[in-house]
Write a protein that binds this ligand. Structure first.
Ligand code: GAP
Length: 436
């Protein structure tokens, strides 16, 4: 994990937020390549949910919803973590994670292990961030930053049903930020205070819920394999009954073998009719489907695959991180699947003179119309390759004196290190084919 964190910082993919003020707990910023990587993950998710199917529609609901939402969903009452405070070091810890945490005074010990530690009784703290609508805090109404994107989908179920021209089984998909006031042992971006979720609520006739649950469990696992993640480091784990969330009758986690051990990448839950029934009761609005063929009226059941963008990015980075030796030197390389790599091809003039930069720029202009490409003429060619290896760029094109003579360039493969001589006018076709 330290090596991945160091690489992310060195290449500006992901780094601590508010760093000039000393950072802020469990909060990270994404720099240029991190943004591109994240975007590729989100695009791949939309592609799987929308472009490749015709039974799911998209939604972008508000982060701040009516406060009754969280009463109905059960979050106001039940979305809590057990926490203890240490009166000596003034730090707060997850009561159920003490064994993984460091004592504030003696980091080699766990909280509660030294004579100085003075822990309070465990108390339940709600994970939702509160804020106020209105300019005057006392007179305003208390609202919450959403802890999951899912509830916005349930609130808009009826509206969406009205215009989407779909009937169950059909899904509503959404990507957006969620917020949780988490106390964590700090495993980089694994658990953060704000994070992006990719959630889809799939509404089905009640008697089809079991079948669709099985379907989405498998489909979601397969999606990660399609991103190039090693199948051996992925697994499905069914929740024990005492682990289930208050809304779920069955849940399976897609887990990845992170450096911190097997941990949740995504949850697939059978939420039954819990959410629609609750919101119908709290709002007084009927949230049902009327089937004009059977003349039957029912509350659809919901199967929910809920993924995290940051967790996926972290799994991709851990899975792709590699070190090898090249010409007697250590090389760090991100072996990202080309589809996910932030930059698909780097265009590098061998020299900064003799017409190389001019021809390289022409080639770059042509390539960037088709794929994410980067032009780099600064420094020794070996150093420039190494930089691209570190951000996971699968291909590099080098323009040299031969290019000017016979119109060919070298095409270097990040993984095999093969350098093929290729006619420049075949590059677009080659590169798009190899990075699909
Ligand atoms: N709507 C269901 C739901 O929110 P969840 O298991 O709490 O279920 C779904 O969250 C996914 O969101 C997780 O599998 C994880 O990928 C991501 N996630 C949840 N909390 C997170 C956090 N604090 N930081 C980063 N990702 C988080």
């Amino acid at each position: 994990m330290e090596a991945v964190v160091a690489l992310c910082k060195r290449r500006g993919l992901i780094f601590p937020a508010s760093e000039i003020y000393g950072g802020i707990a469990n909060t990270y910023d994404y720099g240029h390549y991190g943004v591109l990587l994240k975007k590729n993950v989100v695009d791949a998710w939309w592609k799987a949910m929308i472009q490749e199917r015709d039974d799911i529609v998209a939604l972008d609901s508000a982060i701040i919803q009516h406060p009754r939402t969280w009463e109905a969903s059960g979050h106001l009452k039940g979305f809590t973590d057990p926490l203890v405070d240490c009166k000596t070091c003034k730090l707060r810890f997850r009561a159920d994670h003490l064994g993984e945490l460091q004592c504030g005074r003696k980091p080699s010990k766990h909280p509660g292990e030294t004579d100085e530690c003075d822990l309070t009784e465990s108390r339940e703290f709600n994970l939702m961030f509160e804020t106020t609508i209105g300019p005057v805090q006392e007179a305003g109404s208390t609202v919450y930053l959403r802890p999951e994107t899912a509830q916005g989908i349930f609130l808009d179920f009826k509206t969406t049903l009205g215009f989407a021209r779909r009937k169950p089984p059909f899904g509503i998909a959404q990507v957006g930020k969620s917020f949780r006031n988490e106390i964590t042992p700090g495993n980089f971006i694994f658990r953060t205070l704000e994070f992006e979720q990719m959630e889809m609520e799939f509404f089905v006739p009640p008697d089809e819920a079991g079948r669709w649950y099985d379907y989405w469990r498998q489909a979601r696992l397969d999606w990660y394999v399609g991103l190039g993640i090693d199948r051996e480091r992925l697994r499905l784990r069914d929740h024990e009954p005492d682990e289930l969330s208050h809304y779920s009758s069955e849940t399976a986690d897609v887990e990845y073998l992170y450096p911190i051990g097997w941990s949740e990448l995504e949850g697939v839950a059978n939420r039954g009719d819990f959410d629609l029934t609750q919101h119908a009761e709290f709002s007084g609005d009927k949230l049902e489907y009327f089937d004009p063929n059977t003349k039957e009226r029912y509350v659809p059941h919901v199967i929910e695959p809920a993924a995290g963008v940051g967790r996926t990015v972290l799994a991709l980075l851990c899975d792709a991180y590699d070190e090898d030796e090249l010409g007697g030197e250590r090389r760090t390389v991100l072996r990202l699947h080309p589809r996910i790599a932030p930059v698909k091809v780097a265009v590098l003039p061998l020299l900064r003179k003799d017409g190389h930069p001019e021809r390289a720029r022409e080639i770059f202009q042509e390539l960037r119309r088709h794929v994410s490409a980067e032009y780099d003429e600064g420094g020794h060619i070996g150093r420039r390759y190494r930089r691209q290896d570190e951000i996971g760029t699968p291909l590099a094109v080098t323009i040299d004196h031969q290019t000017l003579e016979d119109g060919t360039v070298t095409l270097r493969d990040r993984d095999t290190l093969a350098q093929d001589r290729v006619p420049a006018d075949e590059l677009v076709q080659r590169v798009t084919q190899l990075t699909r």
